[in-house]
Ligand binder design. Structure first.
Ligand SMILES: O=C(O)C1=C[C@@H](OP(=O)(O)O)[C@@H](O)[C@H](O)C1
Ligand SMILES: C=C(OP(=O)(O)O)C(=O)O
Length: 418
């Protein structure tokens, strides 16, 4: 066995052969970390949040909750959509003025209809599209109506804030809730911090009834589980590359919707196997498939990469909301993969990919689009490129994992990157 720090390569026996497998210890879930730090800060006795690694987004939430506890109004959100959309209603519920500083594309990402609902319930916000985003006034309890197809983060933010009000509230979700797993993560963390709610299914949507006057009270320690959104890139690397990749630190029964990557890669024909709490992705021949990403938007770049080397056509459907992320991810995925020699067509709310049938892509220069998930896609794409891949602005990866490139090197997967 050869020790290589966090990423290691070890000899691994499976039923048919002995193979070298790259081992990745996955980073803690960014989604769980945001919620745990925020709920902990709202408790009288803050829990100790155990989160092994950090990132720009997690640090943004940590800095904001520090400001919250110390009575400050300026909140440095960086580019973290979750941080802004969770803290905004919380400041309203506490009746505190909040000045949210944003970077990159964050101020242009949607806040409506959360903004209108906060204004309808007693708060005043700065005009749309301006930075900083400010909020003042006291939020009042009542009925909040949010369509289910813009951002689940609006709902997560309200579910976190409304228990702090005196009166009872209801969050009505109109139409199917996209990214619903992220709301399940929120309600799970709220429950761990002693917050109650009742979910009811309505005609074409659902609602959450939230009793007012609740107190946050967390466990003494809260351990953040592993990140499936990030693991998806490593599992894809195992499937498209030359060596199996084993990821450890993930919960098989996680509430994270992105654990669907296992089924999605299997739909492509990939071989993935669990061994206790470790999952290994083996180099596989892939065949194109159809994937609905309305519930798992963050997986789209990974799926596009797998599809680019599969045989036949892949359709990534219901992907309109990808345009509202750190970059317009339909354009950035299509343009980056095409620059490397793939064949990706961008449509209004979907991507259509003609795979290379196992043949190598070309490689070359790509830009980061200021988007961590695009950088990771491009870096993993280098495994299937004939020539080197050069990523301009690759430091954008720090939004979710500053150590990504070191890990890639330790794992021996950075050889075709310049
Ligand atoms: O609540 C969360 O932790 C997240 C929700 C999702 O956003 P949307 O609900 O806006 O799709 C996801 O894309 C984002 O990376 C994290
Ligand atoms: C969209 C993302 O995060 P956020 O919305 O919190 O900025 C992401 O991590 O891909």
């Amino acid at each position: 066995m050869q020790e290589r720090g966090a990423g290691e390569v070890r000899s691994r026996t499976d039923q048919r052969r002995t193979k070298l497998s790259i081992i990745i210890d996955i980073i803690p879930s960014k989604s769980f970390a945001h919620r745990a730090y925020l709920c902990s800060a709202l408790s009288d006795h803050p829990s100790q949040v155990i989160c092994r690694f950090t990132s720009e987004d997690i640090e943004a939430t940590r800095e904001c909750v520090r400001a919250l506890r110390e009575g400050e109004s300026v909140m440095e959100c960086g580019e973290s959509g979750s941080t802004l959309r969770f803290l905004l209603p919380v400041m309203g519920a506490l009746g505190r003025r909040g000045v949210f500083m944003t970077k990159g594309r964050l101020a242009d990402r949607p806040l409506s209809p959360l903004r209108e609902e906060l204004e309808r319930h007693g708060c005043r916000l700065s005009p749309p599209g301006t930075s900083p985003v400010t909020i003042e006034g006291q939020l009042t309890s009542g009925e909040y109506v949010i369509p289910g197809n813009v951002s689940s983060q609006f709902i997560s933010g309200l579910l976190t804030a409304l228990p702090l009000l005196k009166g009872n509230s209801t969050v009505v979700i109109e139409g199917p809730l996209e990214s619903s797993a992220y709301v399940d993560i929120t309600t799970e963390v709220l429950m761990k911090f002693g917050i109650g709610w009742v979910k009811k299914i309505t005609g074409d949507g659902c609602c959450y009834e939230i009793p007012g006057g609740q107190m946050y009270q967390g466990p003494r320690q809260y351990v953040v589980e592993g990140d499936w959104s990030n693991a998806a890139f490593w599992l894809c690397a195992g499937v498209i590359g030359k060596e199996p990749v084993t990821v450890r630190g993930l919960r098989k029964d996680s509430l994270q919707g992105d654990r669907r990557i296992v089924d999605i890669l299997r739909d492509f024909g990939a071989e993935l196997r669990w061994d206790g709490s470790e999952i290994t992705a083996f180099p596989s021949r892939l065949t194109g498939t159809e994937v609905d990403v309305s519930g798992v938007p963050d997986l789209a770049p990974v799926i596009a990469l797998a599809a680019s080397v599969a045989s036949g056509r892949t359709d990534i459907n219901n992907a309109g909301r990808l345009r509202l992320k750190e970059s317009d991810r339909l354009t950035s995925v299509a343009e980056s993969m095409n620059a490397l020699g793939a064949r990706v067509r961008e449509k209004k709310d979907k991507l259509v990919i003609r795979g290379s049938g196992g043949a190598s892509l070309i490689g070359g220069y790509v830009k980061s689009w200021g988007d961590h998930r695009i950088v990771m896609m491009e870096a993993m794409a280098s495994l299937v490129c004939e020539h080197k891949v050069i990523i301009r602005g690759k430091e954008a990866v720090s939004k979710s994992w500053p150590g990504f490139f070191q890990e890639l090197e330790r794992a021996g997967l950075a050889g075709n990157l310049k």
